[in-house]
Design a protein around this ligand. Structure first.
Ligand code: MG
Length: 179
């Protein structure tokens, strides 16, 4: 394992319908510790997040940057960091970068020159697992705000490739054992 790719909402921070400003960005318990664990273990850490409210006109790239500045400040103060954040502003489901399409993940693999099987994508919805599957990454699903149903309702070909855990902190402990 070289590269950890994280979905953002529901994995790092609590999922709201929209997170539109820094005040609404709230870390999930244990997420900061998990990212510090990844950093300590020497992994490259990236985020791939759908942010269609940009193209919907609900907020701007500057607003998104402000949210990410707050997130990075808190992570760095606690021994974590994110090496690269990519986002898809589009709400067009045919956009190759919008999850469940794998474009953002493929972009990160190319950028860091990492083979798909040396990367894991950690998300909280089936669309994340589908994107990771199509990119050839290893897959971890964390329980989302609706409970375990997301995992149980996934098609078998995704379930077979997916490790299901409760939280990002638990995911960090699973990955420790992969090495
Ligand atoms: Mg999510």
């Amino acid at each position: 394992m070289k590269l950890i790719i994280l979905d953002r909402d529901g994995v790092i921070n609590k999922e709201l319908k929209w997170v539109e400003n820094p005040e609404e960005f709230e870390f999930i318990d244990g997420a900061i510790e998990a990212i510090a664990n990844f950093k300590k273990a020497g992994y490259i850490i990236a985020i791939a997040t759908n942010q269609s409210h940009i193209d919907r006109g609900r907020f701007t790239v500057a607003d998104l940057d402000a949210i990410h500045d707050k997130m990075l400040k808190e992570l760095r103060a606690n021994g974590g960091d994110i090496d690269k954040i990519v986002y898809c502003p589009s709400f067009d489901n045919n956009d190759p970068r919008r999850k469940p399409n794998p474009g953002m993940l493929l972009e990160l693999l190319t950028h860091f020159n990492v083979k798909p099987n040396e990367a894991v994508f950690i998300g909280d919805y089936e669309r994340d697992m589908q994107a990771g599957y199509d990119a050839g990454c290893r897959l971890i699903l964390v329980e989302n705000k609706h409970g375990e149903g997301e995992y149980h309702n996934m098609p078998d070909y995704l379930k077979e490739k997916t490790t299901f855990v409760k939280t990002l902190l638990e995911a960090s402990k699973v990955i420790e054992k992969w090495n």
